[in-house]
Design a protein. Structure first.
Length: 331
């Protein structure tokens, strides 16, 4: 470990308490000047470290993802690798590359501080500004995941993410829009994509890549997104330990991936998506558009749509592109 890594480890271990420069120097075995230089480098890397005469240093948060810090906050019973990149075209593409190159026996989290070609469902691009959010793909190997139920996995992951966010931002009221959008104050602040990776020879499922993004701090969105997308925090200076948040997100998603198959998370998902019920919507399903009223979600996480003739159709995959009524503006 570098001196900088050792200083960060020491500050993480005693957070939120203070460590004096002498204590840090003794722990790491370096000079006070080396401590000062390492702290300065950590601050430049996005670690929020307070310095106070007579007290020393303490870590109060982080604006930038650090694999070391994420691993520190993961509980002992959660075992997976964390790979953090300054910039990627797409965490999903990087995750697919990892799956193609090695056989995995435990989950792998791929995180980018910035994405240049991130995509969601149907390969639609999304805007991912550097260090203003979380851009993550979690590889779940088949032996970890078990039998795949795509609708239930996506809805369970949405519940895990929203429940985690609610613990950090208790005053905010998060919602979901079927099947993969996370909303706050009527704006999309996050999304989920689930992609199954199969072996070409026997069509055997080798892994599922569950990608998600969250807009945390204010983002300078392009004009075409400014009316649709938002961020959870309204002040770019707001302190938040993004590594602590990410560790809890990864932990909770991993835990629900182990027991989601029985649909136990659907009642909470239905509550989070409650404002969709009774709404007339347009849904893009492949090349087709379907218009009808949402009447609920079935036990597989699929949306139930009733047309003008009273016929109900179960839709397992699609995108709600338009809400026709205005009595629920938060959609």
């Amino acid at each position: 470990m570098t001196v900088k890594d050792q200083i960060l480890a020491a500050l993480l271990a005693c957070q939120p308490d203070w460590l004096s420069g002498d204590q840090l120097a003794d722990q790491v075995g370096v000079s006070r000047e080396s401590v000062w230089k390492a702290v300065r480098a950590l601050k430049q890397a996005g670690q929020e470290i307070e310095s106070r005469k007579g007290l020393g240093y303490r870590l109060v948060g982080s604006h930038q993802v650090s694999a070391q810090a994420v691993r520190h906050w993961l509980p002992a019973e959660i075992h997976f690798a964390v790979q953090v990149f300054d910039q990627l075209d797409s965490t999903q593409l990087q995750a697919k590359k990892i799956v193609s190159q090695q056989v995995l026996d435990q989950p792998v989290a791929v995180v980018a501080r910035q994405q240049t070609a991130g995509y969601g469902r149907h390969q639609r691009p999304f805007f991912a500004q550097a260090n203003q959010g979380l851009y993550v793909s979690l590889i779940l190997p088949n032996q970890v995941l078990g039998k795949l139920h795509p609708g239930l996995l996506t809805t369970a992951a949405a519940v895990a993410i929203v429940n985690t966010l609610q613990a950090y931002f208790p005053k905010d009221q998060f919602q979901v829009k079927w099947v993969n959008d996370i909303l706050l104050n009527g704006l999309k602040v996050g999304g989920i994509i689930t992609e199954a990776i199969t072996e070409l020879e026997d069509n055997h499922l080798s892994a599922v890549i569950l990608g998600f993004f969250l807009n945390l701090w204010p983002i300078d969105f392009p004009a075409e997104l400014a009316q649709k997308a938002g961020s959870i925090l309204t002040d770019s200076q707001t302190s938040l330990d993004v590594n602590h948040l990410l560790a809890n997100l990864l932990t909770n998603i991993t835990l629900v991936s182990r027991d989601y198959q029985d649909g136990r998370y659907l009642p909470v998902y239905r509550q989070l998506a409650q404002k969709m019920i009774g709404q007339m919507v347009t849904i893009q399903v492949g090349q087709d558009q379907k218009v009808g009223t949402v009447t609920g979600f079935n036990d597989q996480g699929a949306l139930i749509l009733k047309d003008d003739h009273g016929h109900e159709e179960v839709i397992y995959s699609g995108d709600v592109t338009k809400v026709h009524l205005n009595n629920h503006p938060n959609l």
